[in-house]
Design a protein. Structure first.
Length: 253
C-alpha cells in the first residue's frame, strides 16, 4: 500500500457519532487492521501506564494499532500532559482517535498539541433527535445508524440513560403483547381493540414484530434490564452499553 497509515493523535469532534464510527471502520478496513490491534477505551477508566505501553507496543498483526478513546471531552490536565509529552512516540506505532462531542474549549489540555493534533468535525443538521419517540422509531425501522445518532444526540442534550432504557423496555413489552396476540390468532378489529390502537397503528405494529418471536423479544427485554442493572451498579458505561443493545435490537436473527 503506497499511502502511509494515519499514525498519530486524531480528534473527532461533533454530534454525529455514526459518521465518526464509519470513519474509524473505514480506516480499519483500508489498512486491514487485525482485531488484535483494535482497542477501545474510556478516558475515565484509562490507566496511563497501560495506555502508553499499548501505544508504544509493536502491532501484533497490522501496520499499526488503532486505539479509540471515548469521552475525550472529559480529558483532564494530567492526561493532556501525558499525550503532549508522548505525541511523537505514539505516532511510531499507533493511530489514537479521541472522540469528543464538541469542539475543544479554550482551556482544554489538547490545545497545547496545536498542529500535532489532527482534527476532524462530524456535525449534523438533522433535528430528528428532538422528537420524544425518535429512538423508538429508529428501532422500529431497524435503522441502526439513525438509532446510534439519536442516542448520542439525546444523551448530549441531557436525556437520562435510564429514561432511554425505560423507553426501550416499554417498546419491547408492547411488541411482546402484539406478538402474543398474533400467535393466538387475533387479527383485524379484534386485534385493534385488544391493543387499544387504530387500524394503521395495528398494521404498523404487525410489521414491526413480523420477524420476531415471543422468545426472542423476551430475551431482548431481559438484556435491556440487565443493561439497566449494569449501568446502575457501575459495571457498564451508559453510552457503549446502550449502543450494544441497539445493535442487538436491530439485528435480524
Amino acid at each position: 500500500m503506497s499511502e502511509q497509515p494515519p499514525k498519530g493523535i486524531f480528534l473527532y469532534s461533533g454530534a454525529n457519532r455514526q459518521a465518526k464510527l464509519d470513519q474509524i471502520q473505514s480506516i480499519a478496513d483500508t489498512y486491514q487492521i487485525d482485531d488484535l490491534d483494535k482497542h477501545r477505551m474510556d478516558i475515565g477508566a484509562m490507566d496511563a501506564t497501560s495506555f502508553m505501553s499499548l501505544c508504544r507496543s509493536e502491532p501484533a498483526a497490522s501496520v499499526m494499532r488503532l486505539i479509540v478513546v471515548d469521552q475525550a471531552d472529559k480529558l483532564t490536565k494530567t492526561w493532556g500532559e501525558i499525550l503532549i509529552a508522548n505525541v511523537d512516540s505514539i505516532a511510531k506505532n499507533a493511530c489514537v482517535i479521541l472522540l469528543a462531542e464538541k469542539a475543544l474549549k479554550a482551556g482544554n489540555p489538547l490545545k497545547a498539541l496545536k498542529t500535532k493534533l489532527k482534527k476532524e468535525t462530524f456535525e449534523s443538521t438533522d433535528d430528528t433527535a428532538q422528537k420524544p419517540f425518535a429512538l423508538i422509531e429508529a428501532l422500529s425501522k431497524q435503522d441502526t445508524a439513525k438509532g446510534l445518532y439519536i442516542l448520542h444526540k439525546q444523551l448530549q442534550e441531557g436525556k437520562e440513560p435510564f429514561e432511554m432504557i425505560g423507553l426501550i423496555a416499554w417498546q419491547l413489552q408492547r411488541w411482546m403483547h402484539t406478538r402474543r396476540l398474533l400467535d393466538e390468532g387475533y387479527s383485524g378489529d379484534r386485534l385493534a381493540k385488544a391493543l387499544g390502537m387504530s387500524a394503521w397503528q395495528v398494521k404498523k405494529a404487525q410489521e414491526e414484530v413480523r420477524w420476531r418471536s415471543q422468545d426472542q423479544l423476551r430475551g431482548l427485554l431481559e438484556k435491556t434490564w440487565d443493561c439497566d442493572t449494569a449501568m446502575k451498579t457501575g459495571r457498564a458505561q451508559p453510552l457503549p452499553a446502550i449502543e450494544q443493545l441497539l445493535f442487538e435490537l436491530c439485528q435480524r436473527n
